[in-house]
Design a protein around this ligand. Structure first.
Ligand code: ADP
Ligand code: MG
Length: 646
């Protein structure tokens, strides 16, 4: 009980039903259009299979009639008389199987191809989104749109076509043959069904309340659906389905969130010896989900048990009433048999339809989530705009009165009237307190964001008029404090900087970055696979690979954002050597925390609270005795500089 109560707290993990976006039919149509022909064929086959299914009970009835005759009379040749009918039935069975095979193959073909197209389109559009978009979203959520949601949508689509068509045709067809067999029985059945459904609806709403208590995320259905007795019976099964699905996905998602976090950050967990606590957390989430799911499970079990009794009673009732009709010679035994089989088909089809209705709701919301980000267009496009030919590029950068606040924190100005010039071929150092906005300056230069006011120029041209892809891939080399490598070979990681670079270019870049030696000392050399995120390398080695990766594009402008601050003294020396070599002849912005690394700069800019507060050479600034001198003094004493005020 305590665990169930603990569940009341807001969930830490994202809920799949958070987003209530509308399903985009237009986009869906675009994905469906290439498959219309195949879809048409699948529909025809499914309809054919359903019609064959309607035929079968009638023929079975005729066969039973013959059997009954021979039970009575024991005369004539049973085999001979039933041969034609049996053969026909066998043919129908075969045909039914063949048609089913056909439409299932076609549907899975359409489903898989549509899923592939959707995943591709979504992935490509996600990759194009602004960096600000990713600041606000969890990657896990985005990935689940690519995987689970597409999967869900695909299976719903397939099910709706196959089961939906079949069930509808069978309900209609069987109702027709029922009324042809015996109008009276059919009418009786039609009277009995709604009353059963009424009871079912009551139970359904009780179940709904129950599941509400466990979990408040059951989507509302339009009340009109509930007012119709037939649809309410359908919604009944759907609710049980839907809630169990919701519970499952939500609860398991929360437990998964815990597991994901612990396994993903296993080093931190290990370092704090928190294994047991994580086990307990995971166990508690699992326990809570079990607790709720069991309560609902009991409700569902009760409902299913009662509905089984009801359906069986209907069979008995049909037999009883139909039997008296047979006794009164108003109906043949065979027709009664046909009637029973056909009415079972109706019931089964109706149950299928109700399950399907739930599936439609699930599919639509999954589809809405998939399509949501497909239509989103970024503010900063990936490409488009002019490029400057390499020979004309001087690499002079200027920030003119730039103000900026992050889109996800609009009221918080990070840069205020910030002005900075990076002359071509010179090294400018940017120093200042942590949180002062230095990395932000680099991000603006990479055009991850656009300034709120003011402009950033390259050779006098506003960055917004230049092609962003060209800017990032050919002009600017960016080396950050925590380099991220991909889980592939060293060769491929360096080549990431310039697609199609030759092996020689890779070696040259590695030499320039002081990396060639350690790479060749590995048994597999350049083909060594660095673990996921490069975990199998030391910090200094990773950084040198990152430098090689940046240098291979021969950038005119190099940004070093605290590139050595995570390294120990020895690695720092090797990396710094590589950086010094790489800096010659380029426009360089060195962002540094450790002031020892900026002494070689031609010009030093000190920033505080989002603007430049002083600049000059090391000596000039020391003489001035301002913030820079203060920072130098503090570092000499070994006290860290204070955090910038928030
Ligand atoms: P520095 O590199 O000088 O340490 P940053 O440029 O990283 O500082 O950060 C400047 C300010 O902007 C900080 O207050 C930080 O909290 C905020 N900030 C940094 N990145 C983001 C982001 N992606 N979204 C919102 N705020 C951010
Ligand atoms: Mg920073």
């Amino acid at each position: 009980v305590a665990l169930c109560e603990a569940e009341e707290a807001p969930p830490a993990y994202s809920r799949p039903y958070d987003v209530e976006t509308r399903f985009n039919w237009k986009l869906f149509w675009q994905f469906l259009r290439p498959h219309l022909l195949v879809l048409g064929a699948a529909i025809m086959l499914a309809l054919g299979a359903a019609l064959v299914n309607v035929q079968i009970p009638l023929l079975l009835g005729q066969l039973v009639e013959i059997v009954a005759k021979y039970t009575r009379d024991h005369m004539g040749n049973f085999l001979k008389e039933s041969r034609n009918l049996s053969t026909y039935l066998l043919i129908l069975y075969g045909l039914q199987g063949l048609l089913t095979f056909g439409y299932l193959v076609l549907l899975s073909r359409i489903g898989e191809r549509m899923a592939l197209d959707m995943r591709r389109a979504l992935f490509s559009n996600l990759l194009r989104q602004d960096i600000a978009f990713f600041d606000a979203k969890k990657t896990g959520q985005l990935v689940s749109r690519l995987t689970t949601d597409v999967q869900e949508f695909k299976s719903s689509f397939k099910l709706v076509i196959s089961q939906g068509l079949r069930s509808c045709t069978q309900v209609v067809g069987c109702l027709v043959s029922l009324s042809m067999l015996s109008t009276r029985l059919t009418l009786l059945l039609m009277v009995a069904m709604p009353s059963l459904m009424g009871v079912g609806t009551l139970m359904g709403s009780a179940l709904r309340k129950l599941s509400r208590q466990c979990q408040e995320q059951v989507p509302e259905f339009p009340p009109i659906l509930f007012s119709l007795p037939l649809l309410s019976a359908l919604s009944l099964l759907l609710i049980t389905n839907l809630t169990s699905y919701l519970l499952e996905s939500l609860q398991v998602a929360r437990a998964t969130g815990v597991a994901d976090e612990a396994l993903g950050n296993v080093r931190t967990v290990r370092a704090f010896a928190m294994e047991q606590r994580e086990e307990e957390r995971y166990g508690a989430e699992l326990e809570a989900s079990r607790c709720k799911a069991e309560t609902l499970g009991r409700g569902i079990a009760l409902f299913q048990g009662l509905s089984n009794i009801a359906f069986n009673c209907m069979v008995l009732g049909t037999l009883f009433i139909g039997g008296s009709l047979v006794a009164g010679q108003q109906l043949t035994g065979g027709d009664l048999m046909s009637f029973l089989v056909a009415s079972q088909t109706v019931q089964r089809s109706m149950a299928n339809l109700s399950v399907l209705f739930g599936q439609v709701v699930r599919g639509l919301s999954a589809g809405a989530r998939v399509f949501e980000y497909m239509t989103l267009s970024p503010c900063i496009p990936l490409s488009g705009g002019c490029c400057v030919p390499r020979e004309q590029l001087r690499g002079s950068i200027a920030f003119h009165n730039v103000s900026f606040s992050y889109p996800c924190r609009p009221g918080f100005p990070v840069l205020k009237d910030f002005t900075l010039t990076l002359p071509p071929g010179r090294i400018v150092a940017l120093v200042g307190q942590s949180g002062g906005g230095k990395t932000t300056v680099a991000s603006l230069l990479e055009r991850f964001y656009d300034p709120t006011a003011g402009r950033v120029t390259l050779d006098g041209r506003d960055l917004r008029t230049l092609d962003p892809s060209w800017l990032r891939s050919q002009v600017i080399g960016f080396i950050s404090q925590e380099p991220v490598l991909f889980g592939t070979t060293i060769m491929e990681n360096i080549r990431f900087g310039k697609l199609g670079a030759s092996d020689e270019e890779v070696y040259a870049a590695a030499r320039e970055a002081n990396a060639h030696e350690f790479i060749t000392s590995f048994p597999e050399g350049y083909n060594t696979v660095v673990g996921e995120r490069g975990t199998t390398l030391s910090g200094g080695q990773k950084q040198r690979l990152a430098i090689a990766r940046a240098l291979i594009k021969q950038p005119a402008v190099l940004i070093l954002d605290e590139a050595t601050s995570a390294l120990d003294a020895e690695s720092e020396r090797v990396v710094q050597e590589a950086l010094d070599r790489a800096s010659t002849g380029r426009t360089v912005l060195v962002i540094a925390h450790r002031l020892s690394t900026v002494r070689g700069a031609h010009h030093i800019v000190v920033m505080a609270q989002g603007c430049v507060c002083e600049e000059g050479t090391h000596e000039e600034l020391l003489k001035k005795g301002g913030l820079y001198a203060e920072l130098i003094r503090r570092q000499a004493l070994g006290t860290p500089p204070p955090e910038a005020p928030r």
